[in-house]
Design a protein around this ligand. Sequence first.
Ligand SMILES: [Zn+2]
Length: 251
Amino acid sequence: MKKLLLAAALMLAAATARAEDNVVKVNAPPESAVAGETAPAKASTIDCADTLGVSRVAEVDTAGGGEYGEQYPPKPLLEKGEVVLTFDDGPHPEFTRQILDALAAQCTKATFFHVGRMLKEFPDVARQVQAEGHTVGTHTHTHRNLGGASMGQAEQQIESAINIAEATLPNGVAPFFRFPYLSDPQRVRDYLAKRNIAVFGIDVDSFDWRWRKPEKVMHNVLSGLDKTGRGIILFHDIHGSTAKAIPALLA
Ligand SMILES: [Zn+2]
């Protein structure tokens, strides 16, 4: 096992839906998350006034696993008004980079769940994601639906992606995992818990995989947030329409 994956805690960037300024404002931190300092400021050429920014950095203790998102039993992570931006299925040489630019322009951070074979094909993009201060977790090796996989196949899917990410990323990979199609058999959840890897479901779906219109993606997210008031938001950084939607949505 990789030592990093045994580390008690990793960082999860959390952004407020509407930060009043770039000062860190942390309420009493939830049990599972410890308030940290702000993420490092982006390039000094960017003026971060009036941008989305990062309200705080939640440190997630993954000892024994942990499951977050509406499909799991409630576990405190986010306060009202806080969101976590997540991007699955990359890295993609064109669209991931466009999204990185949009995040940088808003001085904010996201969490990326990379697919092993994409990492292998586009390692420089993954390194750029990490170098710009975002969190990188994994999303299986070939995006296989683990609902129909044997335990051996599931392990291979999970470990292969982690091994490639570890070999690719200078700072190693976060012990964060998202199931493809959110299809999460209990035995695989148990395996991840034993591996001290946290599972991230979602609270708000952008449905960017279904609708390839930026306006529709934006509408889906904003109407979802109207209902939840907080949450982990799912996007995919392999669609040009998502890359187009992100700047306006963050604004
Ligand atoms: Zn996916």
